[in-house]
Structures are given as C-alpha cells and as structure tokens.
Write a protein that binds this ligand. Structure first.
Ligand code: NAI
Length: 338
C-alpha cells in the first residue's frame, strides 16, 4: 500500500530541490502518494499565513513530511516557520548525519558524524523583549523534560546503530544554570541507561576547534538548539558543504525530513542548487517508513554517480559544471539502469 507523504516545496531553491527529490524517489520505485502543501513566504502570499493550518493538519494526520527550506526574514517580520513547525508538532530531535561522500574532495576522507540537536527550546524559544530603549533581553529556556528527552534520544540512537561515543558540546562554564541542566540530564541518562556508550563533554569553542582540526575521533554530537544549528553547518563544511548534508526532525508522532541548508536566495531559480541534501533526506524518510529497497537504490545511485566524477553530472558547489537538472537526470538514469 502506498504511504502518504506530505511534500512541502518551500521557498527559494526549495521548489527546485523538492521536484528533484520527488522525481528520484519515484524513479526508485518507492510506493508513495504525495500531498503537496504550502509553507513559507510563498504560502504567505497565497494563503495569508506562512504556516497554514492545512499544512500542520496534514502532517499531523499522515505523520511524515519531506520539506524544502523556507525563508525567514532577518531581524524583523514573521517568526521562523521551521521553529513553529518543530514546536507545534513537537519534533524535538534534529538528526543530521554528516559523512564524507565518494568523489567529493574535502580536507578529510572519512568523516562519519551525527549531529543530534535539541529542537524545541533554548534561545529559539523566541522570548525576546525590549526592556527600555537600547536594552533587550532574549530568554534561554531549558527544561529537565526536554534535556532528558534529547539525551535519551541520542543514547538510544547510539545503541540502535552500534555507535559508541556521545559528546556534548556546551558552554556551562558561562551559562552554568541552563547549560548546566543540559549536562546534568545527559550525565544522568548516560549513567542510568547507557553506561556502555562512551560519554564526554567539551566546552563548545574547544569542541569546534577540535572538530575542524581532526573530526575523526567524534561520533555522535549532542547539542542544545542554537549550538546544534551552528555546529551542523560547521560539520557540513567538513564534507563538502550544505549541498550534501541531510536531516530529520523527529518527534513521538511525526517526522519531517529536510536538508540542513536554507532557501539559498542567491542561487534560486538558476538550476544551480544541489538537490542531493534533500534527496538524502528523502532516503532517511524512506528508511523511516520501511521502504528500504528504494532507499538503497537511491543511495547506490548517488554514490556511483559521484564516484564516477563526471563534472557535468554534479553541481558547482561540489566541483561540477552541471546543474540541478543534469544531476537529477544522472541519478534517475543510474537508478533505471539498475
Ligand atoms: P543557506 O543555507 O540558504 O545558504 C548558505 C550558502 O550555501 C549560500 O551561498 C547558498 O547558495 C549555499 N547553498 C545552500 N544550499 C545549497 C544547495 N543545496 N546547493 C548549493 N548551494 C547551496 O543559508 P542563508 O543564506 O544563511 O539563509 C537563507 C534563508 O534560508 C534565510 O531566510 C534562512 O532563515 C533560511 N533557512 C532556512 C532553513 C530551513 O528551512 N530549514 C535552514 C537554514 C536557513
């Protein structure tokens, strides 16, 4: 029976990469009935809302979505659609696997990391006030419930995938109470539920330095919301950039799969976007819904196309001369050739 999946193209390069991902997933023989849904600046123009109720309702009902990026205005305007979506659907864990890709040249050959980010609180609670002219505050919220939940998620993830190290990046030397609680919860889950997994902690500035100097000792990185956002992009830079890193936002009831990158307005509509990050997010989605064979076909196809190194069949961000469509067609040809 076909699985219903909500497809949210989003803004900027979103429609281009969403179209590519859908074509590749369909070519791989996945049994999916797509429902196209609006969100983001494009949705605001048509429906008067950046996150229309129909989109939230459909994800709640069907429980799985593949989402393109959406634009968030800087320093003004509406609250981030992503933050709203994650909070309203309680998608508390962002999971971002970061792996070296065959044929994509970077400083490192064997990066194999997973960034696990708390997705619902921290400074992203959006509680900001102007106390008086020229004085503002921004509230960092940490709750024992959410900190324990994300720590448990990370250790379970490690156990299920036989990974053996979880490292928390924190700034509890300065934010002793909020980051202190994050650490306290991670330590408690480790001691009580996962003492066979190696656990360690690094102050985030030192952690970033160690990551860029040599990422090989790291395995699973566990971070609160803002640090996870920043470190995800840093890690993407280790393996070829934002065009090759997928992601999932997971809750107890729903999951929304999306690339780490944003709407890239600088390259939107120019056939320059690398669709691979969203295609890889689609592979995560197929595994999540149990369509493993289709997921494997896509994975084999992109590994083969990248390993061959034909520059016309890859986008510029990873050293090619081709466009979104040329790469997508190369993947589809490869899948069809078996
Ligand atoms: P961005 O990730 O959109 O772009 C950063 C740089 O990476 C740009 O030079 C862009 O051209 C390049 N890039 C990104 N994705 C690419 C791809 N698939 N292929 C080739 N090059 C790619 O980040 P930026 O410019 O800071 O943000 C743009 C907008 O996206 C903002 O409104 C931001 O709020 C939003 N955003 C949305 C996210 C989401 O919907 N999940 C995540 C991050 C940002």
């Amino acid at each position: 029976m076909a699985h219903t999946v909500c497809l949210i193209p989003g803004d900027g390069i979103g429609p281009e990469v969403a179209e590519a991902a859908r074509a590749v997933i369909d070519a791989a023989g996945a049994s999916i009935e797509w429902i196209l849904l609006p969100a983001g600046a494009a949705a605001a123009e048509e429906y008067g809302e950046v996150l229309p109720a129909m989109t939230l309702d459909a994800i709640s009902t069907h429980q799985v979505a593949l989402k393109g990026p959406v634009t968030t205005p800087i320093g003004k305007g509406f609250a981030s659609v992503n933050v709203q979506l994650r909070k309203k659907l309680n998608l508390y864990a962002a999971v971002r696997p970061v792996r070296s890709m065959p044929g994509v040249k970077t400083r490192y050959d064997d990066v194999e990391l997973v960034v696990i980010r708390e997705n619902t609180e921290g400074l992203y609670s959006g509680i900001e006030n102007e106390i008086t002219d020229g004085v503002v505050t921004s509230l960092k919220v940490a709750t024992r419930k959410a900190c324990t939940r994300i720590a448990r998620f990370a250790f379970n993830y490690a156990r299920e995938r036989e990974r053996n190290r979880v490292t928390v990046f924190h700034k509890a030397n300065i934010m002793k109470v909020s980051d202190g609680l994050f650490l306290e919860c991670a330590r408690a889950v480790h001691e009580q539920e996962a003492s066979n997994v190696t656990y360690d902690e690094l102050i985030i500035d030192n952690g970033c330095m160690q990551l860029v100097r040599d990422p090989s000792p790291f395995d699973i990185l566990l971070l609160e919301n803002l640090y996870g956002d920043v470190v995800s992009d840093l890690c993407a830079g280790l393996v070829g950039g934002l065009g090759v890193v997928p992601g999932a936002n997971i809750g107890d009831d729903c999951a929304v799969f999306e690339a780490v990158h944003g709407s890239a307005p600088d390259i939107a509509g120019k056939d320059l976007a690398n669709p691979l990050a969203l295609i890889m997010s689609g592979v995560m989605m197929l595994n999540h819904i149990g369509q493993i064979e289709a997921a494997d076909r896509i994975k084999d196809a992109y590994n083969a196309v990248l390993a061959e190194g034909n520059t016309q069949e890859r986008t510029r961000d990873i050293g090619g001369t081709g466009g979104t469509k040329a790469f997508t067609q190369a993947l589809i040809r490869r899948i069809e050739a078996g």
